[in-house]
Design a protein around this ligand. Sequence first.
Ligand code: GLV
Ligand code: MN
Ligand code: MN
Ligand code: MN
Length: 396
Amino acid sequence: MLAGLAEIAEVGRDSRRSGYSRHLWQAADLELRSWFVERAERLGLDVETDRNGNLWAWWGQPGTDAVVTGSHLDSVPGGGAYDGPLGVVSSLEAIARLQASGFVASRPCAILMFAEEEGSRFGVACLGSRLLAGAIDADQARALTDRDGVTLAEAARTVGVDPAHLGVDRDALARIGLFIELHVEQGRGLIDLGQPVAVASSILAHGRWRLTVTGQGNHAGATTMAERRDPMVAAAAAIVGVQTAARNRSGTRATIGRIEAIPGGTNVIASRVDAWLDARAETDEETRLLVADIAARAQQAAAQNGCSATLTEESWAGAVQFHPGLRERFAQALGQVPELATGAGHDAGVLAARVPSAMLFVRNPTGISHAPEEFAEVADCVAGVDALELLLRELL
Ligand code: GLV
Ligand code: MN
Ligand code: MN
Ligand code: MN
C-alpha cells in the first residue's frame, strides 16, 4: 500500500502551487489511470472503463450484488497526497491480503475508481458518480466546460469515451450490492477522539454557485475614483458578506476559493468578476437559507458600487445519512469504532441515494486537507486497511 503511494508520489506534482494538481483526463490523471490498471492487473483483477470513464477492477467474475470499494485519484488544484489515493491503494491492499490468505469470496467484488471527484476540471464535484447514478442530466454534463473552454463531451472523445453514452448507467448500478469508500479524514474529528479510524455517519448538504458581479470596464489611470463602477470592489464587499452570513448561522460553512477578474489587466478596471461560492450546512433547508442571505448581501454590495450581482447554482448535493444497516454491521465487526459526520463531499455520498453505501475515515494528524499538509501516519493507514479487509471478509 505504501509502495503504491510512493509510486505515484511524483505524478501531478504542482511546482507552482505546491501539492498535486491531477485533473480529469489530463496528463497526470491519465498516468494515474494507467498506474491503477497496471496495479490491478498485477493482482489478476480485470479492469474495465464504464460509459462515464470510471474504472472498475473486478476480482473474479463481474456480477450483481457485488461488494464494491474504492475512491478517486484526481485532486483539487494544489491538493494533498491522500484525498482519494488512500482509498484506492487501501482497496488494492485489502484485496491483495484476502488473496494471499486464500480467502474465497462468495459474491462478486470490485474496486471502483471514480472520474473527476473533485470537480476541478469541469466544476461539478463527484461528476463520475453523479453520471453513473443519474444524479446529473447527461446533456448538462456534456456541455460543462473547463477553463480553456473544452467541453466534457470533447474531452471524453479525446480519451475514447463516447460522449453520446455519458449518463446514468443502470447496468453498472445494478451490479453494486453495496459500496464502501475509505478516505483520509479531512478535519480534526479523529485527532480529538484519539482514534485512528472512524465510520462515517453523514455528509453536510453542499453546493456550488457562480457569483457574477458586473460593472463598467475602464481605464485605471483616466477614471477618477468617483466615476468608477468597479466589480472587484463590489466582489470584495460581497466576499466579506459571505463570511458574515456563514458566521451568523451556526454550523454553516461558506467559501469563495476561486475568483476571476475579466478581462484581468493591472491597468484595467474590470468589467466583470466571476467568483465561485461553496456553501454547506447540516440540512438542505439551512443551506438554501444561507445562500439566499449571501445573494442578498452580494446584491447590496454590488448596488453600493454601481454594479449588479447574480448568484447561479452550478451543482447541488443534499445532506446524506449513510446506510444505517451497514453502519451497524461495521460497528459490530470493528468493535469500539467511533462515528463521525463530515463536511466533505464524496462519491459514496452520491451513491448512497441508489445503493447501500458507507465510509471509513483514517486519522489525518494535521487536520488539514485540500492542501499539501494533508497527511496520514503509516500506522493509521494500516489500521484503515485492517478495518477494510475485515469488512470485506464479513461482507464477501
Ligand atoms: C470534495 O472533496 C469536497 O467536499 O469538496
Ligand atoms: Mn477532496
Ligand atoms: Mn476525496
Ligand atoms: Mn471529496
